[in-house]
Design a protein. Structure first.
Length: 306
């Protein structure tokens, strides 16, 4: 039976409720070669982020997928400590962000080496932190994949064939997702094991439908942001549901986090907006309770469990 692989071990669907599929506990958006990159005292991160997790738990969030990958400060040891302090499971990624955040060792690695690295982190653990990766996070340049990004995607698809892990990619343009799905299919993996992260950034809604019809997940993950209103997301979600694609949609905030580039880690944004403010608006717009549960519980479980 499929399980969500978390910092607190594997979880079955009946142990979980609402899952946020795209959030961050710890991110460093300075590049890997900058002084101080990804450095912080574990206790400081726990002190800042544990209260945010506790608030999320209080409004029914039962797990969240941590989307910080190699290149933007992935720290499995910190995530594990935050989980253990709160009793709250986090899903940690293997994989790498886009250029110019890709470290030298990944630039230099062969496709087979990257495949073996990802597969090892998914089936065994992320060394030396003792955390198993739950999924593969990648990213694409806005105008198309660079050679290295394409190599990482081919490696991820090959690792997916072995592990059934979902591949999520930060991809701003829908036409780049088309290229990504072609690569995944070429490697013998399925579009159904791909998430188009940040789908809302693509203004052409027809592309959202096209990609979901091909079997991939689309993800509206800026709910509660300053740029896009709740009304915008309610309208988009209703159109996805009208197209009969409610079983291909994920919802999240893309919020948090402890930022080591800021004094004291900065001020995190709460993980509670969806539950407290957005879902009531979605209900008011006529989305019924079984569909709300599908969007916030069964869909994220089905996407990330393996
Ligand atoms: Zn993110």
């Amino acid at each position: 039976m499929a399980q969500l692989i978390t910092t607190l071990g594997p979880k079955h669907a009946d142990e979980l409720g609402l899952i946020l599929p795209h959030e961050h506990v710890f991110v460093d958006l300075r590049t890997w070669d900058q002084p101080g990159y990804a450095q912080a005292e574990i206790a400081d991160v726990v002190a800042l982020m544990a209260p945010e997790i506790t608030k999320a738990q209080a409004v029914g969030v039962t797990a969240l997928v941590e989307c910080s990958t190699v290149g933007v400060g992935r720290r499995p040891d910190i995530l594990k400590a935050v989980s253990e302090a709160t009793g709250f499971p986090l899903v940690v990624s293997t994989g790498v962000y886009r250029e110019p955040w890709i470290p030298d060792w990944i630039q230099a690695a062969s496709e087979a080496e990257l495949r073996d690295w990802m597969t090892g982190e998914l089936l065994d653990e992320i060394r030396p932190d003792g955390v198993k990766a739950g999924w593969i996070k990648l990213s694409a340049g806005d105008d198309g994949l660079t050679e290295c990004e394409a190599k990482a995607l081919r490696a991820a698809a090959a690792a997916g064939v072995t592990t059934n892990a979902i591949i999520g990619s930060h991809t701003i343009r829908g036409r780049v997702v088309r290229d990504q799905l072609k690569i995944i299919e070429g490697a013998g993996y399925s579009p159904e094991r791909f998430i188009w992260i940040h789908t809302q950034a693509e203004p052409d809604f027809d592309l959202h439908v096209e990609i979901a019809r091909r079997g991939a997940w689309i993800e509206y993950d800026a709910i509660g942001s300053n740029q896009l209103s709740d009304d915008f997301f309610v309208e988009r979600i209703q159109r996805v549901l009208e197209a009969g694609l409610g079983d291909h949609l994920l919802l999240s905030h893309d919020r948090g986090w402890y930022d080591p580039a800021l004094p004291g880690g900065g001020t995190p944004k709460p993980f509670t907006y969806l539950s407290e403010y957005f879902l009531p608006k979605l209900r008011q717009a006529g989305v019924d309770e079984p569909m709300i549960r599908q969007l916030t519980q069964s869909n994220p479980f089905r996407a990330f469990a393996r």
